[in-house]
Design a protein around this ligand. Structure first.
Ligand code: NAP
Ligand code: G4F
Length: 327
């Protein structure tokens, strides 16, 4: 029998790659689609899977819509990727972020409990929960210290997932994913902002790139690799918590150097530091230890930062040459 899955956040970076992965495995894939006035399907189109997924109107902040989505999709696996996921915005919209990125997960867990507790659940937890880091390399045992309203909201969702696993014996897993990027990354995140800027500068469409704290360090991997870890978690006998990361950390400055040098430019000639992009509280450094995921899931990151950034710059060069709007 065909296995069915429901993805909340299917129009996002990870949602699109996960939908593609599940379709390739023969799943019937549904996605919850919140009402928007503008087109949000561009990623599904880029992967050429727009017509292959079943989109069900619904917002994770609305329990009744989530219940309907789970029933209509007949999902045996539910991946909760929906979020207000941009850290910077979470200071401007802290309560919306709490409703979507925090309570949204509780709605999905409740909907599963009420519909069929045998449904397997994945929660998109995040390294942002480590915030002010309490260990040099962060793993599943490292204490959390979130530094943004987004991180706080995600921590609530994380603990609710663990609580529902322990209280109701749900097959519920959390993936504590470190930053992962791709050509489908939203333009507001720093890697994509940089690769899009590099392409536009190279083609003479813009002169400078304004950034904030370029001394921050992140453990960056490729989103295409990371969605595979999500699927692997739901194939285990029991739900659990896993750190998913590369085990390498790099400054934003070095990432800029890699991106600009890919097209023969020097970042020092174009990057301008703008205080507008500094955050009220910063996560200075993240560095994950993915040993548990490697051992139990057989998962490993396969894409280097150089390969990832080259792939992103090349995609943005193509988009800029074709005059396609910045997705
Ligand atoms: P993303 O590109 O921002 O995608 C977020 C998705 O959530 C979009 O499809 C968005 O739809 C949807 N969404 C927003 N509000 C919603 C609502 N109220 N109801 C239903 N859907 C809603 O994020 P991503 O990079 O793919 O990340 C996927 C998940 O992993 C997120 O939960 C994120 O917080 C988490 N995460 C990401 C990373 C990373 O580095 N990428 C790392 C750790 C954890 P619209 O586009 O229509 O708003
Ligand atoms: O790309 P960023 O916006 O990603 P951030 O804040 O690390 O969050 C991402 O990763 C999390 C996992 O750790 C996810 F949970 C979350 O949903 C999201 O996907 O910023 C990365 C770093 C920060 O230190 C930021 O201050 O880059 C620094 N930065 C410097 N200049 C900038 C800029 N970030 C952005 N977005 N724009 C800048 O101009």
């Amino acid at each position: 029998m065909t296995q069915a899955a429901l993805i909340t956040g299917i129009t996002g970076q990870d949602g699109a790659y996960l939908a593609q992965l599940l379709l390739n495995k023969g799943y019937a894939v549904s996605g919850l689609l919140p009402r928007r006035s503008s087109d949000t399907l561009w990623r599904l189109r880029e992967l050429r899977i727009e017509g292959d997924v079943n989109l069900i109107d619904g917002d994770v902040a609305d329990l009744s819509a989530v219940l309907r989505g789970i029933r209509e999709s007949k999902a045996a696996e539910v991946y909760n990727l929906a979020a207000q996921s941009f850290v910077g915005t979470s200071w401007q919209q802290p309560l919306l972020t709490a409703q979507v990125s925090g309570v949204g997960a509780a709605n999905v867990l409740e909907a599963i409990r009420l519909t069929d507790p045998a449904i397997r659940f994945y929660q998109a937890s995040t390294s942002e929960m480590f915030g002010l880091i309490q260990a040099e390399r962060q793993d599943e045992t490292t204490p959390f210290y979130p530094r943004s309203p987004y991180g706080v909201a995600k921590l609530y969702a994380h603990w609710m997932t663990i609580n529902y696993r322990e209280s109701f014996n749900l097959h519920a897993s959390t993936g504590i994913l470190f930053n992962h990027e791709s050509p489908l990354r939203g333009i507001e995140f720093v890697t994509r902002k940089v690769t899009d800027g590099v392409a536009r500068i190279k083609l003479g469409l813009q002169k400078e790139l304004r950034l904030g704290n370029i001394d921050a360090r992140r453990d960056w991997g490729f989103a295409g690799d990371y969605v595979d870890a999500m699927w692997r978690m739901l194939q285990q006998e029991k739900g659990d918590d896993y750190v998913v990361a590369t085990g390498h950390t790099t400054t934003v400055r070095e990432m800029c150097r890699i991106a600009f040098s890919h097209v023969g430019l020097s970042y020092e000639d174009h990057v301008v530091i703008d205080p507008k992009f500094f955050r009220p509280a910063e996560v200075d450094v993240l560095l994950g230890n993915p040993a548990k995921a490697e051992r139990l899931l057989g998962w490993t990151a396969t894409t280097s930062l150089e390969q990832l950034i080259s792939m992103m710059v090349d995609a943005d060069m193509r988009r800029a040459r074709e005059g396609r709007p910045q997705a």
